[in-house]
Every structure is written in C-alpha cells, then in structure tokens.
Design a protein around this ligand. Structure first.
Ligand code: FES
Ligand code: FES
Length: 160
C-alpha cells in the first residue's frame, strides 16, 4: 500500500507491505537510522519516536497505521545548522551516553517528558524512563542530563 506522512517536517511517501513496521520504514525506506532496534520484545525503547506528538515505540506500530501522521525522529531533534537541542546538549555535557545505542530513544522520551512536565522530580524522570533500557546501565547520568535540561540539578545526595 502507498502511504504519506510528514517526518521531521518533510512530507514523504512510500510503498509498504501491510506487515511493515514503522521502525523498518523509517530505517530502511527513509534511511533514518538514528531510530534503533534493540530488542524484539517491545521492551527496550531504542526505537522511540513521536507520532502526532505522542511517544510511540516504532517497533510496535505498522507503518500503514502511521499513514497521514506527523512523525518526529531523533534526526529532527537538532537545528538545521547542527546545533544540538537542549536535551542533546545536556546528554553531552553530563555524559548521558556510553555506547549511545539507547540514546535516540532516551532523548525522544525525555523530550516528551519535558513537554508534559517541564520541571520533573528525579523520581518522575526515573519513572518516565521505565520503558527505555540502557544496556550500559548509565541511568544516573541520563537522569542527571534530563534534570539539567529542565534547568534543575540532581539533589546533592542522589548526585553522589
Ligand atoms: S526495538 Fe522497539 S522496544 Fe526495543
Ligand atoms: S549508552 Fe549504551 S545502551 Fe545506553
């Protein structure tokens, strides 16, 4: 089937089979390989994107279901001139990544959290990240980066 969607502000068209997953359409057809596949059980969150402003694990959705939708992926996070978003910059500044495999999903999830809740507590950040796994287990600095992106510091005790 043919489909049309807006990805990072640009209209794209494609031809997919009914069984094609959104993550495969993004990665293979559109070559937007920043959206990762880290599991086959819908648990890791490496494939997280925004669909019509909602957080979605793109391995859990058929591309056909996103026909007509507005999609945001990690490739759209930075400005056109390459300037990182505040969240990306905070990940860099606070060493919120190690191998980086989980990072696109973490950044997309953090963006959604801060849109819903601009000043989350550390506990709220940790709860919101429940669906995202970092296999390098760098959660402490990921949380620290998200707190920093919200203009807050980690409480001193937790930061040690
Ligand atoms: S690849 Fe989608 S949740 Fe792991
Ligand atoms: S930084 Fe390696 S999986 Fe998270």
């Amino acid at each position: 089937m043919k489909l049309t969607m807006k990805v990072n502000g640009r209209e794209v068209t494609g031809e997919v089979e009914g069984r094609t997953l959104l993550v495969d359409f993004l990665r293979s057809d559109l070559r937007l390989t920043g959206t990762h596949v880290g599991c086959d059980t819908s648990q890791c969150g490496a494939c997280t994107v925004h669909v019509n402003g909602e957080l979605v694990k793109s391995c859990t959705m058929f591309a056909a279901e996103a026909d007509g939708a507005e999609i945001a992926t990690i490739e759209g996070a930075a400005a056109e001139d390459g300037t990182l978003s505040a969240i990306q910059q905070a990940f860099q500044d606070h060493h919120g990544l190690q191998c980086g495999y989980c990072t696109p999903g973490m950044v997309m999830t953090a963006a959604s959290l801060l849109k819903e809740n601009p000043k989350p507590t550390e506990h709220e950040v940790r709860q919101y990240l429940e669906g995202n796994i970092c296999r390098c287990t760098g959660y402490h600095n990921i949380v620290k980066a998200i707190m920093a992106a919200s203009g807050q510091e980690m409480p001193a005790m937790a930061a040690e």
